[in-house]
Write a protein that binds this ligand. Sequence first.
Ligand code: 5GP
Ligand code: ZN
Length: 138
Amino acid sequence: MSDDCIFCMICEGKLPSSKVYESDTLYAFLDLNPVHKGHTLVIPKKHCENILDCDPAIGQDVLTAMQRIGEALKKVTGCTGINVMQNNGRSAGQMVFHLHWHIIPRFDEDGLKLWPQGKYDSMDEMNATAEKLRKELA
Ligand code: 5GP
Ligand code: ZN
């Protein structure tokens, strides 16, 4: 629990939320400002800021929750696709600093556009970038 964290307060029941799912490690509730109705947030009960400081052991629980919530959203909203979005850090658009995944129902021709695609200046630049990352990860 982080004292001033609204998502900690939500999963401890100190602030109201529209809960959709709960497990030993996770809590899921509707986003107050949905991209589409049914837009759900999945959070770990144990506070951490984002994926860089979380316990990777929650990964399996998160995927299980996403599969179950995704299937439920398809049945309840009639959506034909789902985006999973997850922002890490202010520059990536994170506004609440308790790790959360957005599960967003999508519909054919719903007009939403994700990020624009860019290009490398050359294949050499692309390969050099991959090489630097490989070295860092070795
Ligand atoms: P972020 O930009 O950090 O990835 O997304 C934070 C999300 O939390 C936003 O989509 C916002 O609508 C949602 N949110 C912020 N405060 C509350 C709240 O008190 N209750 C609920 N249900 N959602 C919230
Ligand atoms: Zn928290």
